[in-house]
Write a protein that binds this ligand. Sequence first.
Ligand SMILES: NC(=O)C1=CN([C@@H]2O[C@H](COP(=O)(O)OP(=O)(O)OC[C@H]3O[C@@H](n4cnc5c(N)ncnc54)[C@H](OP(=O)(O)O)[C@@H]3O)[C@@H](O)[C@H]2O)[C@@H](O)CC1
Ligand SMILES: Nc1ncnc2c1ncn2[C@@H]1O[C@H](COP(=O)(O)OP(=O)(O)O)[C@@H](O)[C@H]1O
Ligand SMILES: [K+]
Length: 500
Amino acid sequence: MKLLSATQIRQWDEFTIKNEPIVSLELMERAANACTRWLLQNTLAGTYYIFCGKGNNGGDGLAIARLLYNAGRAIKVFILESDAKGSDDYISNFRILHHLSAIPIYQVRSEKDLPVIPEECILIDALFGTGLNRGLTGLAAQLIDHLNNAGAPVISIDIPSGLFCDQSSRGHSIIRARHTLTFQVLKMAFLIAENAVFFGQVHLIDINLHPSYPDLVDTPFYIINQSMARRIYRPRTAFAHKGNFGHALIIAGAYGKTGAAILSTRACLRTGAGLVTAHVPDRSVSILQTAAPEAMVFPDPEADHIATLGYTPELFSATGIGPGIGTGVKTKFFLRGLLEHEALKLVLDADALNIIAGSPGLLNHLPPGSILTPHPREFSRLFGEQDNDFKKMEIAISKSMELNVIIILKGHHTLVALPDGTGFFNITGNAGMAKGGSGDVLTGMLTGLLAQGYSSKEAAIMGVFLHGLAGDLAAGARGMEAMTATDIIENIGSAFQQLL
Ligand SMILES: NC(=O)C1=CN([C@@H]2O[C@H](COP(=O)(O)OP(=O)(O)OC[C@H]3O[C@@H](n4cnc5c(N)ncnc54)[C@H](OP(=O)(O)O)[C@@H]3O)[C@@H](O)[C@H]2O)[C@@H](O)CC1
Ligand SMILES: Nc1ncnc2c1ncn2[C@@H]1O[C@H](COP(=O)(O)OP(=O)(O)O)[C@@H](O)[C@H]1O
Ligand SMILES: [K+]
């Protein structure tokens, strides 16, 4: 699913107005009706304090005020005054509202007009929407701070006021909403970790924009959804044999971190690789063979570390390396040696990435199409600290292009950055996965998919989707606190079944 920019969303409104066709004011009415339905179903306030700017977001607010009033709710409307005359649809809605003399309308012209806000009211934020073109200052910023400090819950219309849709809003005054009722589609701002404190729970409000528009535009950003994963998934044929599904190699687990190797190996097995071999330190062999009897083991001659490439890595269909291997000097040399094999299909995670961060020249030796799976700290070690998460995303994409690798920047909405300059956001997964071992599971899954012949792009996109979905199923069964990485593995099968 394409992730549209603020400009494209505005063009989608215009496209709908022209091609449905519908007049702009009616489209606003449709949006306001949908928001009002949600508000009536989900809230009950003594009074709704509705704060409106003078653009179309403010127009939405005025229309919602009228509709809530018509439904019997108590309303007070506050208009943030400015020199602007107001958008046409704002003006039209203002005129209609003005005729309903029972609704009090207050103008906020200076600090002294900031109202006292009772805690039991609900604040509706319709000050600024996707038309925000600069950070808020002056009275607008004061009003935002006043609302944030009021203690009453805020419900934002379309996007919290002050938050930019597709660039960083760091350092600006921004509404902190409990809920955001956003029109038609997710905005990029809602996928970025640094914004998490602002938008609360996001609810998509369907306003029936014209379905043809997204097909007509290009965008570098996508959201990974079930239908995208389904298009990638290739069900097994009845006559398949294990030779059809590749032989995966997992290199993981210095002694004391054998668990990382077990999790990756078991995740790889559950993802469908035909054969799995785990390369672990000698002392870990019996532990691994007990925990994952389906896997074969290459015991490293070293008791506690990965150090020896005692096989031809090209014989494996795909290799995952990193979980728990440590950054000891012998393991560093091992990784250097492995990277000299240019034809490998590689997944690099955890300490493999930390080793590379310590010797950045190695970045230029990654086999084309390798998949790197850094969490944000590993990402910063590899590519430097960034001022904000949008910048981080841009760097992920530019480094992916420069190095011809796939970078999976892990987080609540994991980003898959591809060498063609596109970025795919994942929306499965939950905070129950914020535990040691979840990333090891992803490494195993990705290696398993590569081994089965999925391209690195396919493996990355479908892999993060299935990993998050398995996490969601685990959270559903056990709860976020109690679920463990093993529970994610146990739910990989059910996640696959949702692709059938
Ligand atoms: N028919 C449709 O299209 C539909 C649209 N819909 C709704 O429209 C919303 C987008 O509306 P919009 O484009 O009018 O922009 P909006 O965010 O309300 O205000 C921008 C105004 O504020 C100003 N301004 C900007 N930054 C500023 C700042 N920092 N400090 C001070 N002022 C600032 C800027 O004026 P400027 O000062 O730049 O001249 C501009 O006039 C969208 O989020 C959705 O809610 C829905 O009804 C569905 C149908
Ligand atoms: N709040 C969250 N929401 C969704 N996914 C999460 C969340 N926290 C962690 N995850 C996922 O769990 C995995 C954690 O990986 P990582 O930090 O490398 O863990 P570890 O190295 O301990 O196994 C990533 O795939 C990440 O996307
Ligand atoms: K808003």
